[in-house]
Design a binder for this molecule. Structure first.
Ligand SMILES: C[S@@+](CC[C@H](N)C(=O)[O-])C[C@H]1O[C@@H](n2cnc3c(N)ncnc32)[C@H](O)[C@@H]1O
Length: 374
């Protein structure tokens, strides 16, 4: 049996930062339109780390409790932890929490797989649906997160998953016979043996493909150790365009270079010296390549940027379109409803091939493909 609490690593802190940043946006969006929403923490842990730092259940709870907006509808927190001592530790911490009346907390000692399978079956048998849910699935290994459960959660409307996919672990132990069945369950099919490339990256891409069978949008974020090797990827699956935008914002917030990676090796002093901003030249090249010679709505450009590139909806108007519009020989013609900016209803015509479109593919494009194109 492991220790009840353990030290907080830098990459765990980064994981928590993404989680809380996303939940900050998720709670009010979902809360405003639904009577009840559910936060599931399937591998909840003891609720705190060795130095007293908050664990994910407490982070999720505090993000809701301390929210600057009033969250009026019911929020159900469902925490599941298999290890009895950790579970009891979590319960003792939760007992000290004062929470608003519309919050309901269930902390259960048990296994994620078993509890969720039962709950989802009950819901299905009653002909009901899971309320809008964000499920944080954060195991230590690969054996307790079967695709049968993950896929089922995603099939419910407005339900999302945020999974710690232990790809480094999987890559190291993929050839052990005893793991074969676990890996079949993880991917929900034995076909991975023929279809997945047997590398850390190959496994993640395959997992993203599998999630893509039930989630419209899938994004991942790599966590590396001090040796710069990937330990795990945080994989997010959603059917909500708004959710995708908010998760990308949370991920950009943790890695401002846009490589969607956090490494324990990162020297904080160095981070201050490197100007962290999106590669606007790269984004301009992508946009021009996509829309060259076409007349398109501003919404089409935004959807392209959000869905098909690593960049965000906040990265292309002021930083790219304004320069293209104001160039000595304008590269776009803008037809806008108002006097300035690029509000809804704006149409952009990309007039001529520009230098940007001639820039040949560089390593950025390779990086994009590997992470997002499937
Ligand atoms: C990575 S830790 C979770 C950390 C926590 N999410 C956080 O961020 O503070 C994984 C936890 O899952 C628990 N666990 C292992 N197998 C489990 C299972 N099948 N169901 C639920 N919990 C499990 C472990 O005891 C451990 O506390």
């Amino acid at each position: 049996m492991g220790k009840v609490r353990w030290p907080l690593d830098q990459h765990t802190k980064a994981k928590h930062d993404i989680l809380s940043e996303y939940l900050k946006a998720w709670y009010p969006i979902l809360n405003s339109t639904n009577k009840k929403i559910v936060y599931i923490d399937g591998f909840a842990g003891p609720g705190e780390y060795e130095g007293g730092e908050a664990g994910s259940p407490i982070i999720a709870l505090h993000t809701a409790k301390d929210h600057s907006l009033k969250l009026k509808s019911e929020i159900v927190f469902w925490f599941i932890e298999e290890d009895e001592e950790r579970c009891n530790h979590l319960k003792s911490i939760l007992a000290k929490e004062e929470v608003p009346q519309n919050f309901t907390i269930h902390a259960e000692c048990g296994s994620f797989d078993e509890r969720l399978t039962r709950a989802l079956e009950d819901i299905e048998n009653q002909g009901k649906h899971l309320a809008p849910t964000f499920a944080f699935i954060d195991p230590f290994g690969i054996s307790d997160t079967p695709f049968s459960v993950v896929g089922k959660i995603l099939k419910n409307k407005k339900c999302e998953v945020f999974i710690n996919f232990m790809s480094g672990f999987l890559n190291r132990f993929k050839d052990l016979d005893m793991n074969e069945e676990h890996i079949n369950n993880l991917f929900g099919t034995p076909a991975w043996q023929a279809e997945a490339t047997r590398t850390e990256q190959g496994f993640v891409e395959y997992y993203q493909q599998r999630l893509g069978t039930t989630a419209k949008y899938v994004r991942s974020f790599a966590m590396k150790n001090e040796n710069n090797q990937v330990i795990y990827r945080l994989v997010f699956g959603t059917n909500s365009y708004e959710g995708l935008k908010k998760m990308k914002a949370a991920m950009w917030n943790v890695d401002k270079s846009g490589s969607f990676t956090f490494s324990d090796r990162t020297d904080p002093n160095q981070v201050l010296l490197i100007p962290h901003e999106p590669n606007y030249q790269d984004l301009k090249r992508l946009i021009v390549n996509k829309f060259d010679g076409l007349e398109v709505s501003i919404e089409d450009i935004e959807r392209y940027v959000v869905i098909e590139t690593i960049y965000r909806e906040t990265h292309f108007k002021r930083q790219i379109l304004t320069h293209m519009e104001n160039a000595t020989s304008p590269e776009i013609i803008v037809d806008r409803p108002g006097k300035s900016g690029y509000p809804k209803g704006t149409t952009i015509t990309f007039v001529s091939p520009t230098e940007a479109s001639k820039i040949t593919d560089d390593c950025n494009e390779t990086a994009q493909k590997s992470l997002f194109d499937f």
